[in-house]
Design a protein around this ligand. Structure first.
Ligand code: AMP
Ligand code: MG
Length: 478
């Protein structure tokens, strides 16, 4: 459809007024389109030809409102680094309407009632990071929000120095967070809490709408989805960095991309967020924090459901997480079916990677080609003995596999990406974009969409991260 044929709905506005703040986007000055996502456009029924028009850039900059659009920010609370903050909300994300059950937001389009002291803006570097990484996670088959467009501008925004403002037009089947529930539970507004639960069920778990114990089932689903998401992050080597409860999706999606990172050399203790001095959100702690956050959500749901019953459900979280993680690690190592008895093989593997400082992504991609000749594997390791020891155990385990070497390699090459968007790659794209060259955003977008393909002309990004860029921390400022 053409933009002027589209009609938006605004289902979130059926909730009580306290859930949102009606606010009009404040467009960026001298804005222009940097990139648009054709796949997402199709999901929204927007004709791909429309993406190159001035109207589209105006739409993504909040200048042009489509028919039916009602703009608002959502209210929520949240536990930030373990401390409860009773009122947060979208400080710089403005909802502009829904198509095909996908809710669009302009991130960086100015202040809202929830901006506190913030300017409601997003800078170019953080917007490039969210735009590309949400697509990369989708390309890896991990549940995530997505983005339709990235807008640049000449609008000055002050962080540690003057930078250029940008907007990501992001899209999600749900923007409801654990913290959205915490907001109403804390205020003891149980009618609103119930309305929100009904809304979230209809939006993300419609099969539960008519269930007698729907809130209990809802919690069961959120526990399962969260366990699964944590296993996906751990298996692929993704560190989110700011797992506050306001950044946890009720639909089990990866949301709010900030100082995230993919692992370079495997490091269980890696902390991508440089403000996280205690390592609360370190890579290795993510599954525990997933449970901690579910407990905060559980408390918020307790006015609606008996707490003992909720407790019984959350007790399954460690098992659900482990089952999914084992399944994923089994796929990564090409085992027909990973069993609990394989945990030792995986522990041995991760210990070896940690001890030898081996690039996590490169290791699995190289292993995907392994057929008994160890030379390429040994090239990854400064000391050969630990690698040989692990390969001895792996060779033994492979004897129990019924699939052929070729079949195993095929599955592994579809499971272990050749490329992940490491921070040094994103930084290179950001540095170029800040000088007005957006070409690398196109390149990284192609990799993001198809991380398992060979992409021979992008070979330089397939190796281990160069030493000077390894395992760095990132600032939260965005
Ligand atoms: P985040 O860490 O990005 O999830 O943000 C935490 C909270 O701070 C959310 O409520 C954001 O909306 C808000 N926030 C972050 N940056 C800004 C900004 N520049 N202006 C207004 N609010 C912001
Ligand atoms: Mg957030």
């Amino acid at each position: 459809m053409k933009l002027n044929e589209i009609k938006l709905s605004n289902p979130y506005l059926t909730l009580p007024d306290e859930c949102h703040d009606r606010v009009t986007p404040a467009p960026l000055k001298n804005a222009f389109l940097i990139h648009a996502n054709e796949e997402v456009a199709k999901m929204l029924d927007i004709d791909v030809e429309e993406l190159n028009t001035e109207s589209f850039a105006n739409f993504a900059n909040g200048v042009l409102a489509l028919e039916g659009s009602e703009t608002f920010a959502m209210c929520y609370a949240g536990h930030q680094f373990g401390h409860f903050v009773p009122r947060l909300g979208d400080g710089r994300a403005i909802n502009i309407g829904t198509i095909n059950n996908l809710h669009m937001q302009l991130k960086g389009a100015g202040q809202t009632k929830y901006s506190r002291s913030g300017d409601g803006r997003a800078v170019l570097r953080s917007s490039i990071r969210e735009y590309l990484m949400s697509e990369a996670m989708f390309g890896l088959g991990i549940e995530t929000t997505r983005a339709l467009a990235l807008i640049g501008s000449k609008h000055e925004v002050y962080r540690q120095s003057w930078e250029k403002g940008a907007i990501v037009l992001r899209v999600s089947p749900s923007w409801v967070r654990f913290g959205t529930f915490e907001y109403f539970a804390h205020k003891k507004k149980y009618k609103e809490l119930e309305a929100l639960a009904d809304y979230a069920i209809a939006e993300s778990y419609p099969h539960l709408m008519d269930e007698p114990n729907k809130y209990l089932h809802f919690f069961t689903e959120v526990v399962g989805k969260t366990a699964r998401l944590m296993a996906e992050w751990q298996a692929v080597g993704f560190n989110h960095g700011v797992m506050n409860t306001d950044n946890m999706s009720i639909a089990g999606l990866t949301i709010d991309y900030g100082p995230y990172a993919f692992l370079d050399d495997y490091d269980f203790q890696y902390i991508c967020n440089h403000t996280d001095s205690g390592g609360r959100y370190s890579f290795g702690n993510q599954p525990n924090i997933g449970e901690w956050n579910l407990r905060a959500f559980m408390l918020a749901l307790s006015p609606l459901v008996n707490s003992d019953r909720l407790e019984k459900i959350i007790e399954h979280y460690p098992r659900l997480y482990t089952e999914r993680y084992l399944y994923l690690m089994g796929k990564k190592t090409g085992l027909d079916k990973a069993q609990e008895s394989d945990i030792d093989l995986f522990k041995h593997l991760l210990g070896m990677l940690q001890g030898l400082n081996i690039d996590y992504t490169l290791f699995f991609r190289t292993l995907s080609h392994y057929s008994g000749d160890r030379s390429d594997m040994l090239k990854l390791a400064l000391f050969h003995k630990p690698m040989n020891d692990w390969l001895d155990s792996y060779d033994e385990r492979l004897k129990e596999n019924s699939s052929s070497t070729e079949e195993r390699q095929e599955i592994m090459l579809e499971t272990n990406p050749k490329y992940v968007l490491k921070n040094y790659m994103l930084q290179e794209a950001i540095d170029a974009a800040e000088e007005g060259d957006y070409s690398m955003i196109n390149d990284l977008f192609k990799i993001a969409q198809n991380p398992y393909a060979e992409h021979e002309n992008f070979e330089r990004w397939a190796g281990a991260t160069p030493d000077e860029f390894k395992n760095k921390k990132l600032s939260c400022s965005s």
